[in-house]
Design a protein around this ligand. Structure first.
Ligand code: MTE
Ligand code: MO
Length: 375
């Protein structure tokens, strides 16, 4: 069984698939801390978790036109240690809401395939410079990351990012060996993973074995034939994956984490408290979250929790938010909607209908929940 060596997981995680392991925390726990604890951080594995002996392990780095080099963990740790707090979100986060409109193909994620953590490691920028990459090398267009996790045909997980992101001195792309101050856990990429702030989870390759600076994007299934958006009218008979670009930066999203769908909420002083998260891609910051209890007749502006100092377009962390919503005397139920606005004034679409796509990615419409009220 290739899944015989999987690590132990936290019992609070809600499992979407056991082999490969895919799980997300309860939303109420997610909204409890700005920094998501490692054991509650969603896990998205496509393949078995590799068992890596760090003493044997080496990272191969191959810059187009140059001889490949190999680095040990000790050598990677000799580069200046850089620390970044960033959210990481799966392209399929909130897919289950989109699939209610019409079925989509993919894991049935709720609202918690996202987390916010502090990662430390070497800057990819520093390592690639040391490997001989020149700023004006025109053949250097993409940076491919290859994992050590492999399918039965021995094909590894892999993905790539554009060179513009990799070589942006303020892009904060890391070869990370620590998460929240401790060595990476096995599920989150031990001993080394790519952390690409502002970019979809799929490019944050875990269990790194090799980095290739190349003229071409990664040729992997996950870069070419998955993680792309399409029109609502595109179906599995007509889809042509060469026609859409690979997802890199995710659009703005938000979710209500507390209360949860169908929860009975106790009204205090004529009000209830509503909490959640909001996040945007490409280094955009969340500037506002609006919540309505009456189908958009009245919007209440939430308080944002966001200690990050980095300014857009280099702002990487999510925002948590909280707002008090007034309740009418005797009101028995409420439908809450939330939407976020980012620093480019992008906001979320009102419904899933016109953003529906066959893979259920980019599922960022207003989050809506129904609750019951107890006075
Ligand atoms: N890297 C490898 N090697 N194998 C994988 O299956 N999954 C990707 C990415 N990196 C994956 C990977 C996807 S789709 C996501 S959303 C993130 O890892 C999830 O990171 P996490 O499990 O640390 O939350
Ligand atoms: Mo993902």
């Amino acid at each position: 069984d290739p899944y015989g060596l999987e690590p132990k997981r936290h019992p609070s995680l809600k499992i979407n698939s056991q082999k490969p392991f895919n799980a997300e925390p309860p939303p109420s726990l997610l909204a409890d801390s700005y920094i998501t604890p490692v054991e509650l951080f969603y896990v998205r594995n496509h393949l078995p978790v590799p068992l890596v002996d760090v003493n044997e392990w080496r990272l191969t780095i191959e810059v187009v036109g140059l001889k490949p080099i190999e680095l040990s963990m000790d050598q990677i740790k000799k580069f200046p240690k850089h620390t970044v707090t960033t959210s990481i979100q799966c392209a399929g986060n909130r897919r289950s809401e989109m699939s209610k409109i019409k079925k989509v193909k993919g894991l049935d994620w709720g609202t918690a395939a996202i987390g916010n953590a502090t990662f430390s490691g070497a800057r990819l920028y520093d390592v690639l410079k040391a490997a001989g990459l020149k700023d004006d090398e025109i053949k250097a267009q993409h940076v491919q990351f290859e994992g050590l996790d492999t399918d039965p045909a021995n094909v590894p997980y892999a993905a790539s990012i554009p060179i513009e992101k990799a070589m942006d001195p303020k892009g904060d792309v890391l070869l990370a060996y620590e998460m929240n101050g401790a060595p990476l856990s096995r599920d989150h990429g031990y001993p080394l993973r790519a952390v690409v702030p502002g970019v979809v989870g799929a490019r944050n390759v875990k269990w790194l074995g090799a980095v290739y600076v190349s003229e071409e994007e990664s040729s992997s299934h996950w870069q070419q034939n998955d993680y792309k958006g399409f029109s609502p009218s595109t179906d599995w008979d007509t889809v042509d994956f060469t026609k859409s670009p690979a997802i890199q930066q995710l659009p703005v999203t938000s979710a209500i984490c507390e209360p949860s769908e169908n929860e009975v909420v106790l009204v205090k002083n004529g009000k209830i408290t509503v909490k959640g998260y909001a996040s945007s891609g490409g280094g955009n910051k969340i500037v506002r979250v609006d919540v309505t209890p009456d189908g958009g007749q009245t919007w209440y502006v939430a308080d944002l929790i966001n200690p990050e100092k980095n300014k857009p377009p280099h702002h990487w962390a999510w925002s948590l938010w909280q707002v008090e919503i007034p309740v009418r005397k005797g009101q028995k139920q409420m439908e809450l909607w939330a939407k976020a606005v980012d620093s480019s004034y992008n906001t979320q679409p009102e419904s899933f209908k016109n953003i529906w796509n066959l893979r259920g990615v980019l599922s960022n419409a207003y989050h809506r929940i129904n609750i019951k009220l107890k006075h």
